[in-house]
Write a protein that binds this ligand. Sequence first.
Ligand code: SAM
Length: 319
Amino acid sequence: MRVIEALLGSIDAAALGALCALEIPDHLDGPLPMAVLTEQVGADHELVERLVAYAAARGWLRLDRAGRVRPTRTTRFLRRDHPGGWRAWVDFATGPEVFAALAALANDPTVADPFTTANGSPFFTWQQHHEDRHGTFDAAMAAGGRLHGFALAGAIDWSTVRRVCDVGGGTGALLHTLIGEHPHLHGVVLDLPAVVARGEATERLELVGGDAFVNVVPGCDAYLLVNVVHDWDDSSAVALLSRVAAARAAGGRVIVVEHLRRARAIDGIALRSDLLMLALTPGGRERTGAEIAALGTRAGLRLEREVPLVSGDCAYLFI
Ligand SMILES: C[S@@+](CC[C@H](N)C(=O)[O-])C[C@H]1O[C@@H](n2cnc3c(N)ncnc32)[C@H](O)[C@@H]1O
């Protein structure tokens, strides 16, 4: 049963994608009889019934005793109007290029970069030639960014920081949240030009398009790299961290945020994300605290502190 369940794991993603493609969560403001939901969604009755039955079994929505479909807390997260924006993660993770990369990994785990094998070019290059999918990826990252913004705002002392740069900061969701919580902060987002073009600058939030491997905005008091190091192999990660280390103001900090990977294998998001990186990137991976510290050392940084975040991730504070 363990093996069969594992093999059918991809059904979860497919079902979630189908549920959202039919906008079923968006129609569930309250309990709805199945027939009404089907009519509102405008799809085949049996199709909706089967998807709803699967979703109810997984807790993404609920079927009450009267046979009505009811939203759960999870349903709300799947709606387009949820302020967290997590729906974009469904759109991103159920995209054909992601499924294709996972299939490439399954069929030949020895290839250097399953994403390239499946889609013809590395992840970030491919994105730039598929604007619609790129925008979806950015929106998915922004959902995590908002969460990290709140988590970091409360977990770290920002009183001595004035200017903070988010390297690989996407469209700026994290910094927008962080500087909203700490009005003395000025934020600078550094990401690829096509990405920052989708962001919105404000008086306290600057957007800079560029390649962080070539140039990092100099002179900030703190640099964030959130779920960025895990996209790269060790030597690229060290090169990136070295650029950031060299760019910071005297006494400036570098804050790396990654999923908390334990030395012992424990089932959870870090190990799943590790294999996602295996499928999507050439050499990216989730690392333990000791491995992150070692990368920092190679880049001339010293790990000062590890701060667990309410998001379940870990912030590594380097000086
Ligand atoms: C996994 S996403 C993380 C986004 C965001 N920090 C978060 O936590 O949601 C990696 C980010 O790095 C950016 N990126 C990739 N290559 C880059 C480069 N050479 N220079 C700057 N940013 C880059 C991507 O565009 C993307 O926004």
